[in-house]
Ligand binder design. Structure first.
Ligand code: NDP
Length: 335
């Protein structure tokens, strides 16, 4: 068996030497335990936060600890009456090929809802983040304009498509022409702009002739600076992620904090940060709606797969820079 541990806390961008691959004997499940064989590992931007020991909503991975993450696994052996050999489950077992579980936190995956990988993608945590952040905080109304960056990614792609289902105008922001073409032509957004375009602010303004009513914040940085002046009175900003800043080594002084606060007051803006687990009570609604939308072709998704556990560090470093085109997954074992 193999696992990837945190070898060092990154300073700025993570680098290969911050990770270490180790071999270990496949463990034997004890009384009440199951042995899990990992099939799919999800890589997600929040893992950058777990690599640092600064203040956060969750504890960091310890040095030499297995990198955290959610995976879809097969029950390879079971001493737990609730799980049978061959069951497909998802759990936070981390970056490793095998894991032991007491059964706590283990969730059975219903293969009837879709391919099992979707339980950590569009029908899992990223999909739920899009659904709750947009509907419970963003509250898009018919005819309003919703803007989201990372528009070809796991969360952003679902945000724009749900906005369309609710009758809003969806404007995406993504890195490069291929991603923008996909977002408009395949996902049905009304427009998509490359965030590396030097005319980002002007092009965004053209794409949002009636201003912005909901800005689903995934990135921060230059994108936020282009969005902010276009926010309409009573606009809502679900603050979901700030990927442009995850590798920052120091807090940047708030250059325009005063004008931002003035606009928040005069335009009566709502900014609300959230972590998807805040909305755990909405999981049933999410799964019902999202699985129906996926089945009906109203929400499409794209997976970006790298092969083998060894590929995880490189794939994760790429994810922070836009090397992924779709939900980043690692195929750790065969289905
Ligand atoms: P994605 O699949 O969207 O992958 C990350 C993408 O971020 C990259 O592909 C890249 O896309 C984009 N990106 C990276 N740097 C920048 C930058 N400087 N400016 C603009 N875009 C950038 O990841 P997810 O969908 O999994 O996550 C999206 C966001 O949602 C993240 O911020 C994440 O932390 C957050 N999140 C928050 C949760 C919560 O509970 N609050 C839960 C899940 C996710 P491109 O090539 O288009 O630039």
């Amino acid at each position: 068996a193999k696992r990837i541990v945190l070898a060092a806390r990154p300073v700025g961008e993570p680098k290969p030497s911050d990770f270490r691959i180790e071999e270990f004997a496949v463990p034997t499940p004890g009384q009440g335990e199951v042995l899990l064989r990992t099939i799919w590992l999800s890589l997600d931007p929040y893992m950058r936060g777990r690599m640092s020991d600064g203040p956060s909503y969750a504890a960091p991975v310890p040095i030499d600890g297995v990198m955290e993450g959610e995976a879809v696994s097969e029950v390879a052996a079971s001493n737990n009456p609730d799980f049978a050999k061959g069951d497909i489950v998802r759990a936070r077992t981390g970056w490793q090929t095998h894991a032991i579980s007491s059964g706590k936190g283990l969730i059975k995956v219903d293969p009837k809802l879709g391919p099992i990988s979707t339980s950590i993608g569009v029908l899992g945590m990223p999909g739920m983040t899009a659904y709750t952040g947009l509907l419970d905080i963003g509250k898009p109304q018919e005819g309003e304009t919703v803007v989201v960056a990372g528009a070809s990614g796991a969360v952003g792609s679902a945000v724009g498509q749900i906005a369309k289902i609710k009758g809003a105008r969806a404007v995406g922001i993504a890195g490069g022409k291929d991603k923008c073409d996909y977002v408009v032509k395949e996902l049905g957004f009304d427009a998509c702009i490359d965030h590396r375009d030097p005319d980002l602010a002007a092009k965004l303004k053209d794409a949002c002739p009636k201003g912005i009513d909901v800005y689903f914040e995934n990135v921060g940085g230059a994108v936020f600076e282009a969005v902010f002046p276009l926010l309409n009175p009573f606009a809502r900003v679900p603050v979901c992620g700030l990927i442009a800043h995850y590798n920052d080594t120091e807090a940047k002084p708030p250059k325009w904090a005063a004008s931002m606060m003035r606009a928040t007051l005069t335009k009566r803006l709502t900014f609300r940060g959230f972590i998807v687990s805040d909305f755990a009570a909405r999981h049933g609604d999410f799964l019902r709606d999202m699985s129906a939308w996926v089945r009906e072709g109203k929400v499409k998704y794209k997976e970006f797969v790298t092969e083998g556990l060894e590929s995880a560090p490189g794939a994760f470093m790429g994810l922070l820079k836009g090397a992924n085109f779709g939900k980043q997954l690692v195929r750790v074992g065969q289905d």
